[in-house]
Write a protein that binds this ligand. Structure first.
Ligand code: 5BU
Length: 250
């Protein structure tokens, strides 16, 4: 059953975290609820893609550790420039899942120095609330439920995870495949207009399905866009589908 939802403007009025405000402002300005997942293994492909789809997205989601040729100057500096040029956020899908001390190190040190450039990071909450205290000056998108077949994020796990998520000030929202409270932003991957899944356990729904049934605020689309013949056109298509579904639920 479809239910009425709060508009991005209404969510902006009550948002407290600066990055929650930022992503909502971008959504309103660009009339977009699309996050493109840029799962490339070369910097050139990543940057070309970011430039093409940049005008249509609220955030670019990266797996920075899959790049074969990562280089802080050659990868991150131009990526940040593109984020400024097209006004989108950088969301690193790191899926932290360790004790606080280790996450703190993984967040700021090593090859990728995520805290230097990411606006949003994903994190499991399996280490408990204190393990999330290390994420400063970033918006945390907590993983509540996964899209893959057989995931262990069952209803009991989600119930316990929500207790952590709802009380941690760094968390702006959840990655999930189900409805959550209006206080949190809902990010939903596993979105594709042409496929129902892949042969590695991924499961897909349409933008309309997740927005109307779960109340998704931001759809996350990877291969549906970056594998298509014309990624820019396809990004626009997902953007329009997502925005139309959003307007229809107001
Ligand atoms: P796809 O190509 O649209 O299937 O890519 C989906 C992206 O979202 C990919 O980068 C995944 O790592 C990410 N993802 C997901 O698919 N499902 C989840 O539950 C989570 C992340 Br959490």
């Amino acid at each position: 059953e479809e239910k009425k939802r709060l508009s991005y403007e209404q969510k902006l009025e009550v948002a407290e975290h600066s990055f929650a405000k930022k992503i909502l402002e971008i959504a309103i300005e660009k009339r977009s609820n699309l996050i493109a997942s840029a799962d490339f293994i070369t910097t050139k492909e990543l940057l070309d893609f970011a430039d093409f789809v940049g005008p249509h997205i609220v955030a670019l989601k990266t797996h920075i550790d899959i790049l074969n040729d990562f280089d802080a100057d050659e990868t991150i500096l131009p990526l940040k420039d593109l984020a400024t040029k097209h006004n989108f956020l950088l969301m690193e899908d790191r899926k932290f899942a360790d004790i606080g001390n280790t996450q703190e190190l993984q967040f700021s040190y090593g090859t990728y120095k995520i805290s230097n450039w990411a606006d949003l990071v994903t994190s499991h909450v399996i280490g408990g609330s204190k393990s999330l205290d290390c994420f400063m000056n970033v918006g945390v998108v907590a993983i509540l439920g996964m899209s893959s077949k057989g995931t262990l994020t069952d209803s009991h796990y989600r119930e316990e995870a929500l207790k952590v998520i709802e009380t941690h000030p760094s968390i702006i929202g959840c990655v999930a495949q189900n409805e959550i409270s209006d206080q949190l932003l809902l990010f939903t991957p596993g979105v594709n207009l042409g496929e129902t899944g892949d042969d590695k356990g991924q499961q897909y729904n349409s933008p309309e399905h997740v927005i109307k049934n779960y109340g998704t605020d931001f759809i996350i689309v990877g291969r549906g866009i970056y594998k298509s013949e014309e990624p820019e056109q396809e990004a626009l298509r997902y953007k329009n589908e997502g925005w139309k579904a959003y307007l229809e639920t107001l």
